[in-house]
Unconditional design. Structure first.
Length: 485
């Protein structure tokens, strides 16, 4: 029988804490026999479990009690508190799980130390310090290099290079055919469709957001396209064992192909351009990269050519909690310039509309006269006052989601809509990004596919008029999402 029993209790029954919040609780120690205690320690860290070798974070230890005499029948209640780490979030998958643990150990000399361990749930909260302000590059964790820095490292690289140079020269004839085949493969594709340019303004993404991409090419000759598609894939990749017994276990969490352009003929020297958005799935499976356990997202863009090799390009994505990006990514509509200031030097980014409230061109009404959108404007004024983590805004939008509002939108961009949508009329429709006239409220409006021809004719500065309902608040861009009704 152990000299004492340890029970760890958290101050929250659900054990849920957001990054950087205070985690607190009590360690209760019931003593069964008299014993001299060398101290009571609390340790905390995260670690993985599943099919792969266990990875873990840095262990943090603190003292709950110094040396003392524990008397049989006594119960010690020792409070503890610490700031929750900011990542990784708790995750329970197929081959990979990530949990955060609190461990209490009683130091008993010349005996097995009584110990107890409990896990708590870490939800996204305050972003880590190294989350990038820019979203065009994936954040990779720093890993220790096996090569020493400085002059010693450079000398080591040169020596190893000279030792392996003969082997590399022997491999050149073996690798040459693969290089030639790859070159011919690319040349065949280029001779058909020319040089393909793929633009993805950002690769750091969040669940449920609309991910924009652009595709441009000019065929060298008349060409028939089977389709152009985007395949979104998320995978767990876990390594177990080592050396000759090393095994890699892969599980696909998400795999969906979205067709963004149907079969068509494109004439020679006729530029073909696609600008669209892909609605990403709602998920809590965020990117994770450790020594032996990984969770990865990527998109594969493919141009299918009949009787010829397909053009394809893989784009690595980093699925990140929206709470992280809300605090690091600026609103897409900057403040209106003060009177007398110039905006000529301000160059809009690929993801930011060029026009903003106060500097838009005079609207051209294309769907009838501008309607009275004052009730909608009043609602947007209320929604915009809530902070990022408040639940009142979401609850208020949900309570009014069945109402229909008359709405006018000054158009900034018209994009294709793809992804999972509840209303089938919106599937393959158009997404209009713009502002409510005479306000600074930016909106994202999803319209019916049946109106594509009319909406494709809208240009920047024109006005869309119609009836809408409130769908949700897009915290990343600090704007409301509307659905046509």
């Amino acid at each position: 029988m152990s000299t004492c029993d340890i029970v760890i209790e958290f101050d929250r029954p659900n054990r849920e804490y957001r990054g950087a919040e205070l985690v607190s609780g009590t360690a209760s120690i019931g003593v069964h026999e008299n014993v001299r205690c060398g101290g009571i320690q609390l340790a905390r860290c995260w670690r993985t479990h599943g099919r792969g070798n266990a990875d873990h974070g840095e262990m943090t230890t603190e003292s709950l009690s110094g040396e003392c005499i524990l008397s049989a029948g006594d119960t010690l209640r020792l409070p503890f508190s610490f700031q929750a780490p900011r990542e990784p979030a708790t995750y329970h998958g197929h081959y990979l799980s990530i949990d955060h643990y609190v461990k209490v150990t009683v130091d008993v000399p010349w005996a097995l130390d009584p110990k107890a361990e409990e896990n708590y749930i870490l939800l996204p909260g305050v972003p880590p310090d190294d989350v990038p302000f820019k979203r065009d590059a994936i954040r990779k964790p720093s890993k220790a290099s096996l090569i020493p820095k400085g002059i010693v490292g450079r000398v080591l690289v040169v020596v190893v290079g000279l030792l392996f140079l003969p082997l590399l020269l022997m491999l050149v004839p073996l690798l040459a055919p693969f290089v030639v085949v790859r070159f011919l493969y690319r040349q065949i594709i280029r001779n058909r469709i020319g040089k393909v340019t793929l633009k993805t303004p950002h690769v750091v993404v969040a669940p449920g957001e609309a991910w924009p991409l652009e595709l441009h090419f000019t065929p060298q000759r008349d060409v028939v396209l089977d389709s152009i598609s985007v395949r979104l894939v998320a995978q767990e990749r876990c390594v177990s064992g080592g050396g000759k017994n090393k095994s890699t276990h892969t599980h696909t969490l998400y795999d969906k192909t979205i067709v963004i352009d149907e079969a068509r003929e494109v004439a020679a020297s006729h530029p073909h351009e696609i600008r669209t958005t892909i609605t990403l799935p709602t998920t809590s499976a965020f990117n994770f990269d450790a020594a032996d356990n990984h969770l990865e997202w990527h998109a594969e863009v493919r141009i299918a050519l009949p009787r010829y090799p397909d053009w394809k390009e893989k784009v690595e994505l980093q699925m990140t909690p929206a709470e992280f990006l809300e605090k690091t990514w600026p609103n897409s509509v900057p403040p209106a310039p003060e009177v007398g200031t110039s905006v000529a030097d301000e160059v809009p980014s690929d993801t930011e509309p060029a026009g903003v409230a106060g500097v838009l061109p005079e609207p051209i009404v294309t769907r009838g006269e501008t309607g009275d959108s004052r009730p909608l404007t009043d609602a947007l004024e209320v929604f915009s006052r809530f902070d990022y983590f408040g639940t009142e805004r979401d609850a208020m939008i949900a309570s009014r989601s069945q109402e229909a509002f008359e709405c006018s939108v000054v158009v900034q961009q018209v994009l294709s809509t793809h992804g999972d949508l509840e209303d089938p009329r919106l599937v393959n429709g158009r997404t209009i990004v713009g502002t409510i006239p005479d306000t600074r409220h930016e909106v994202q409006l999803l319209t019916f596919a049946s109106d594509n021809e009319r909406n494709d004719a809208l240009s920047s500065g024109t006005v869309w008029n119609g009836m809408i309902r409130l769908a949700k608040w897009d915290s990343l861009y600090n704007r409301v999402v509307l659905h046509e009704v």
